[in-house]
Design a protein around this ligand. Structure first.
Ligand SMILES: *[C@@H]1O[C@H](CO)[C@@H](O)[C@H](O)[C@H]1NC(C)=O
Ligand SMILES: *[C@@H]1O[C@H](CO)[C@@H](O)[C@H](O)[C@H]1NC(C)=O
Ligand SMILES: *[C@@H]1O[C@H](CO)[C@@H](O)[C@H](O)[C@H]1NC(C)=O
Ligand SMILES: *[C@@H]1O[C@H](CO)[C@@H](O)[C@H](O)[C@H]1NC(C)=O
Length: 294
């Protein structure tokens, strides 16, 4: 599927939660929806993913194949339900997010975002909070994302913050680097970089450039075109389940391979009915900034 018009471009807002529902007893989410743990793979330090058609090879740091998995092409990552005013507290999926779709310009070469690890939520009962920037191909069939996590995911986790790089197919398999604990107040510098392309397939690196042990290469990807800044959550039942205060995604830099600065206007969606707001403070591809207030 490709976005063929502005109307279709808005379609992410209408996706249902089909993919985000627990599968069997697997109630633990990835930052791409709930998955059975048998579909989620850890990539150890220095490892990478190599997509070869329908196969995905998990490589160790020495380049040896340690697992052969499958790519999947259908579905969508779990954005939230259509924003009708009567909806109840959004508990699963993308709660507040901003996005820009590359409208056929040169491929995105880099996408960087800085934010500070928030204080812990006031209340914790096993909910999961994900904060990330990420990029998807036009078909939204996968997402590459440097993720800050609180609470449980398929990568583990508890009542503390940790960071990991995730590559998640919208259905099927998901891959993550070993989570690294981070403390409230720490500044995170997340970068996604195009490292090579032959015009058909694209090789990317994603990392927290200031947190050692959080780097993942994905080679053989489709072109990633849809850039997002997202708050995603599962199992939230009150506003106090979110971090206290606000999260500022800033220093947002989005570059293209031809070095042109694209004219970027960040579209956005939030959950104002439940008190979660996203404001774009500064638009553009150069030092953009947005604030999520809980
Ligand atoms: C990712 O690819 C780059 C460029 O090929 C390489 O220098 C780097 O070592 C790789 N990193 C990982 C974690 O595989
Ligand atoms: C992605 O979709 C947009 C909107 O339809 C289009 O302009 C762009 O060329 C597409 N990019 C790719 C790589 O297919
Ligand atoms: C919570 O997870 C962190 C790593 O993310 C770990 O260091 C810590 O020991 C864990 N705490 C508990 C109570 O399991
Ligand atoms: C790019 O590389 C992929 C994977 O090796 C290959 O399938 C494709 O044909 C190549 N495209 C071009 C234009 O060389």
């Amino acid at each position: 599927m490709r976005f063929s018009s502005l109307t279709v471009l808005l379609a992410p807002l209408a996706f249902t939660f089909t993919l985000a529902k627990p599968t069997g007893n697997d109630k633990i989410p990835t930052p791409g929806g709930h998955r059975p743990s048998s579909s989620v793979y850890e990539i150890t330090a220095g490892g990478s993913l190599s997509i070869l058609g329908a196969a995905v090879h998990v490589l160790a740091a020495d380049g040896n194949i340690v697992h052969v998995s499958t790519a999947s092409v259908g579905g969508q990552v779990p954005t939230k339900l259509t924003g009708d005013s009567s909806r109840a507290l959004q508990t699963n999926g993308w709660i507040a997010y901003a996005w820009w779709l590359n409208p056929g310009l040169a491929p995105i070469s880099s996408f960087a975002t800085t934010w500070v690890v928030p204080p812990a939520p006031e209340t914790y009962h096993g909910q999961t909070i994900f904060l990330f920037n990420g990029i998807q191909p036009n078909a939204s069939s996968a997402i590459l994302q440097p993720v800050l996590q609180y609470g449980p995911s398929n990568a583990g986790g508890n009542a503390s913050w940790a960071v990991a790089i995730w590559f998640v197919y919208s259905t099927g398999n998901a891959f993550f680097t070993t989570p690294v604990p981070v403390d409230p107040g720490a500044t995170l510098e997340a970068t996604i970089t195009l490292i090579a392309s032959n015009g058909t397939t694209f090789d990317y690196n994603a990392q927290f450039s200031n947190v050692p042990g959080t780097s993942m290469n994905v080679t053989g990807s489709r072109e990633l075109t849809f850039a997002v800044e997202t708050l995603e959550a599962y199992g939230v039942s009150s506003i106090s389940d979110y971090p206290v205060g606000s999260t500022v995604f800033e220093g947002i830099q989005l570059g293209l391979v031809d070095d042109a600065t694209p004219s970027v206007v960040w579209s956005h969606e939030d959950d104002a009915a439940d008190g979660v707001l996203l404001a774009v403070d500064r638009d553009g591809a150069n030092d953009a900034r947005m604030t999520i207030t809980y």
